[in-house]
Design a binder for this molecule. Structure first.
Ligand code: CA
Length: 244
C-alpha cells in the first residue's frame, strides 16, 4: 500500500533494499542522489523515505534538514541509512530531523520493523491496519467500512477515492488539512490535479456517510480546508443552525 523513496547511491544496496520492500508489498521509487530525490519529491510525496547519509553532492543529512524546513515535506517520515555507526553520527542524524537511524549492515527484517514503527507513529494511513473513529470502522485490507449504529453494524459503500480519503481522515482526525495536503497524501500528487477535485470527492464522501447520518463528521474549515471529527463532539458542527 505504501510508497517508499529509497535514496542510495550504491546501486547494489539500493537494489537489495528495493527487492525486500517490493516483496513486503511496498511500491519503491529509487533515487541515487539528493537532486534525484528532490525531483521525485517534487512530483509526489512518498509515505516514507530511506535516506542514505553519504551521497555524491548534497548529503542525506543536508537533504533531511532542507525537507524539515519546508512546510510541504516537514512531516515526511525519514529513516537515515548509514555506514557510520558512531553515537555522535546518530545524534546528528536525529537532530537533522530523521525519525529513525539504521546503521549498515542491517537485516531486511529489522528495516521493515523500523519502517512499520515510524509509519505507525507518523503515517498510519500507509499501514493496512483497521482504524476506528466514532461509530465508523474502516478496514483497509478488506476494503470495508462499517458503521455501528443502534440497530447494529452496517456496511457502507464508497468509491475507491472516497475510501482512501476517509482512511486518511480517520488516521489524522481533528486536524485541518488543506486541499494541497490532501492531494499529496491521498492522490499522491499535488501538481497535476486541480484542488477543485478534492471538493468533488469530499461531496461524494459526505453523501456516502450521510446514509449513516455521519456526513457532519467531515467539516469544512472555511478558507483552509477540511477536518474530520468524531460525531457527537461539542462545537464541531460546521455552520451551526442544527435546528434541534
Ligand atoms: Ca552512499
Amino acid at each position: 500500500m505504501s510508497t517508499v523513496l529509497v535514496v542510495e547511491d550504491e546501486s547494489a544496496i539500493a537494489e537489495l533494499i528495493a527487492i525486500n520492500l517490493r516483496h513486503a508489498g511496498h511500491d519503491v521509487v529509487l533515487a541515487s542522489s539528493a537532486e534525484q530525490a528532490q525531483h521525485a519529491i517534487g512530483g509526489a510525496l512518498p509515505d516514507l523515505v530511506l535516506l542514505d547519509w553519504m551521497l555524491p553532492g548534497e548529503s542525506g543529512l543536508q537533504l533531511a534538514r532542507r525537507w524539515r524546513a519546508d512546510a510541504r515535506t516537514r512531516a515526511l517520515p525519514i529513516i537515515m541509512l548509514t555506514a557510520r555507526a558512531q553515537e555522535a553520527d546518530k545524534v546528528a542524524g536525529l537532530d537533522a530531523g530523521a525519525d529513525d537511524y539504521l546503521a549498515k549492515p542491517f537485516s531486511p527484517k529489522e528495516l521493515l520493523a523500523r519502517m512499520r514503527a515510524v509509519l505507525r507513529r507518523k503515517a498510519p494511513d500507509a499501514l493496512d491496519e483497521a482504524v476506528r473513529l466514532g461509530p465508523l470502522q474502516l478496514d483497509p485490507a478488506a476494503h470495508r467500512l462499517l458503521h455501528e449504529g443502534e440497530a447494529g453494524a452496517r456496511e457502507l459503500r464508497l468509491g475507491p477515492t472516497e475510501f482512501r480519503l476517509l482512511h486518511f481522515f480517520m488516521t489524522h482526525p481533528q486536524r485541518v488539512h488543506t486541499r494541497a495536503q490532501l492531494l499529496d497524501r491521498v492522490w499522491g500528487d499535488h501538481v497535476f490535479i486541480e484542488e477543485r477535485t478534492v471538493d468533488v470527492h469530499i461531496k461524494r464522501l459526505r453523501e456516502g456517510l450521510a446514509l449513516a447520518g455521519c456526513a457532519r463528521m467531515i467539516e469544512t474549515v472555511r478558507g483552509v480546508g477540511y477536518r474530520m471529527v468524531e460525531a457527537g463532539d461539542e462545537g464541531t458542527v460546521d455552520g451551526a443552525g442544527e435546528g434541534g
